[in-house]
Design a protein around this ligand. Structure first.
Ligand code: C2E
Ligand code: CA
Ligand code: CA
Ligand code: CA
Length: 278
């Protein structure tokens, strides 16, 4: 309503108009970015706690913003979902991750699997299994070098479609991880129902360890449960040597976090890998 009564004035402040313009500008630039492919993947290493070897990579998308440099996904993934723009971005991420891995393989570099994030909306809207099969076929990458990370919100819906998609990916040989484990609508029933390979323990449970006994108890319980279910565990957001020691003692399989490396672009990652102890 555009009444000029005093009661309505608070809804039309100059700062709100400015922010509405900002939102439109953000959307316009994002649409241009999709046309121009103005995105880049960074890769964060996951290493084994047993021997320190590189075991996997997580692909994390960034936007090459015309004014602001590299912009992180928190500033455009949810936004692009709300504007109906996530599908082309998600498709690009999937194909680019496959393309890059195949390129490394062709260059004779040691290859470990790369995991791609798929939001609940993407999982619902896209033919994930069909697209992944096509991306693997078109790039020539072997399926065991690709994984997906899904949040618990995908799995809480008891739909046959989710089960069919995950079974199809499993049959292809693509790895399936539960991202941010413990932060969603936790029903442990889905661990039984779906063909899951690993649990990623959310950073929020790791960040205050080893000092916070409640968090230590949660992390301990998750690792024990995962081991009993023969799921691998990946601890996220590991930042300190004390956290590394704790997780190692608890039998966590892999760690990912700043203590190992921040996410790196393709060139920096190869440099980082060359410096790994053999
Ligand atoms: P996530 O999947 O939980 O990814 C981990 C995030 O934690 C990344 O942030 C990573 O840079 C950050 N991180 C890693 N190690 C540490 C650490 O030791 N300390 C701290 N403080 N942070 C750490 P990033 O790259 O900003 O990504 C944020 C989120 O955006 C991701 O969270 C993921 O949910 C989403 N995302 C990223 N790429 C994609 C994508 O291609 N598609 C979709 N749908 N979502 C994506
Ligand atoms: Ca993730
Ligand atoms: Ca995560
Ligand atoms: Ca997270």
């Amino acid at each position: 309503a555009k009444e000029s009564g005093r009661g309505n004035r608070q809804f039309y402040t100059p700062s709100m108009e400015a922010s509405a313009i900002d939102v439109l500008q953000h959307e316009r630039l994002l649409r241009e970015a999709i046309v121009d492919n103005a995105f880049v993947l960074h890769y964060q290493p996951q290493i084994s706690l047993e021997d320190g070897s590189l075991q996997g990579l997580e692909a994390l998308v960034r936007w090459r913003h015309p004014q602001r440099g590299l912009v992180g996904p928190d500033e455009f993934i949810t936004f692009s979902e709300s504007r109906g723009l996530i599908t082309p971005i998600g498709r690009w991420v999937m194909r680019e991750a496959c393309r890059q891995l195949k390129e490394w393989q062709d260059e004779g570099l040691a290859l470990v699997p790369v995991a791609v994030n798929l939001s609940a909306l993407e999982f619902r809207q896209r033919d994930v299994a069909g697209e992944i099969a096509a991306a693997l076929r078109d790039t020539g990458l072997a399926p065991q070098y690709l994984g997906i990370e899904l949040t618990e919100s995908v799995l809480m819906h008891q739909t046959g479609q989710v089960l069919d998609t995950l079974n199809a990916l499993k049959a292809l040989g693509v790895g399936i991880s539960i991202d941010d484990f413990g932060t969603g609508y936790s029903s442990l029933a889905y661990l039984k129902r779906y063909p899951i390979d690993s649990l990623k323990i959310d950073r929020s449970f790791v960040v205050d360890t080893p000092g916070n006994p409640d968090d230590v108890a949660i992390v301990t319980a998750v690792i024990q449960m995962a081991r009993s279910l023969q799921l691998k565990t990946v601890a996220e957001g590991v930042e300190t040597p004390a956290q590394v020691q704790l997780l190692k003692g608890l039998g966590c399989d892999l760690i990912q976090g700043h203590v190992v490396s921040v996410p790196l672009d393709a060139v920096a990652l190869q440099r980082w890998m060359r410096d790994l102890p053999v």
